[in-house]
Write a protein that binds this ligand. Structure first.
Ligand code: ZN
Length: 323
């Protein structure tokens, strides 16, 4: 037995107007024993770099000699947004959809993002499970999202861990807003539609490498490998709250400075009507909006960025589910 192999392949995702080829690296870890294939990628929103760091450490920690099956890892799925340290790509480069996570499964003859997605989709369709690593803001509880009603994806999410498991309704079950925001063309949603169990871990923070969430991400991935029998060992029992991502966040009614309620912490259960914070006029001090929770549930995001514009998201509350 050789103890497994690792290869790194440079692939072309698309060509830029200047002729420059947009490339990225695909890592393939192949065990000596047969087994399933896991596809994992990071940074399709390029400022969400904690996932990239997770994959670098996973590379060092994965015991190749114990691997049964294959892991395919793409640390930078979207080099365009990575270089811009951004969430989306400028309109000049993709006038169809500036958000790469709204174009799956892509189109090899389509816009830049559609071409990039189509190239990566070739790897996705060869996989038996998918992990699409994202990160949120500093004021977001690390959580994993899966499609409500899809038990195989749910179990994958339970194996990954984090502080909260969020189910998201899809297709006919989903609210209008889900369709309006193009969520049907997210990688996780499209892959699950193809019968591939899929999760989106949302590790907190972007732009900064945060030790705690990166470590949780590496452990989560190794546990996903154990769950899939890619690696020996058991996944620990977790007491992870389950809630529904309802999309209807608390948003700003007016523009001004937002002072979040200092007694609130993400991760806590709150009641409908709980004060989220106050938006006030920065020059006259006049209170403009006393924001409160529109429902009872788990507060999993609370903005700390104080300068807000009407319509901005102030907080997210997920509905607790029993089973
Ligand atoms: Zn993201």
């Amino acid at each position: 037995m050789s103890g497994g192999t690792h290869t790194a392949e440079q692939i072309t995702l698309a060509r830029l107007p200047s002729g420059v080829e947009l490339t990225t690296t695909v890592h393939t870890y192949r065990g000596d024993e047969p087994g399933p294939t896991l596809y994992v990628q990071a940074a399709q929103h390029g400022r969400e770099i904690n996932g990239t760091e997770v994959l670098r450490r996973f590379h060092d920690r994965l015991p190749l000699e114990s691997l049964s099956g294959t892991v395919v890892a793409v640390p930078v799925a979207n080099p365009l947004t990575f270089d811009h340290v951004s969430y989306t790509t400028p309109e000049q480069l993709d006038s169809v959809n500036q958000n790469m996570n709204r174009v799956w499964p892509g189109d090899e003859n389509g816009s830049l993002h559609q071409r990039m997605a189509a190239r990566l989709w070739e790897y996705v369709t060869a996989a038996d499970a998918l992990v699409d690593l994202h990160t949120g803001s500093p004021d977001m509880l690390p959580h994993v999202v899966y499609r409500e009603g899809d038990d195989r994806s749910r179990r994958l999410g339970e194996a990954f861990g984090t502080d909260l498991l969020l189910s998201e309704q899809a297709d006919d079950d989903a609210p209008d807003e889900w369709h309006r925001r193009g969520f049907a063309s997210k990688l996780r949603v499209v892959a699950a539609d193809e019968g591939i169990p899929s999760i989106t871990p949302e590790l907190a923070y972007n732009k900064q490498i945060l030790e705690e969430v990166v470590e949780a991400g590496v452990e989560g991935l190794l546990d996903v490998c154990r769950y899939l029998d890619l690696l020996p060992g058991d996944v620990p029992e977790r007491d992870q709250p389950l809630a529904r991502n309802h999309l209807g966040q608390v948003t700003a009614d007016d523009s001004g400075l937002f002072r979040p309620n200092p007694s609130l912490e993400v991760g806590e259960s709150i009641e409908e009507g709980t004060s989220i914070g106050t938006i006030y006029h920065p020059t006259t001090y006049e209170p403009l909006h006393e924001a409160s929770a529109d429902r009872s549930g788990i507060l999993y995001a609370l903005t700390q960025e104080a300068t807000v514009t009407a319509g901005d998201q102030l907080a997210s509350v997920a509905l607790i589910r029993e089973a």
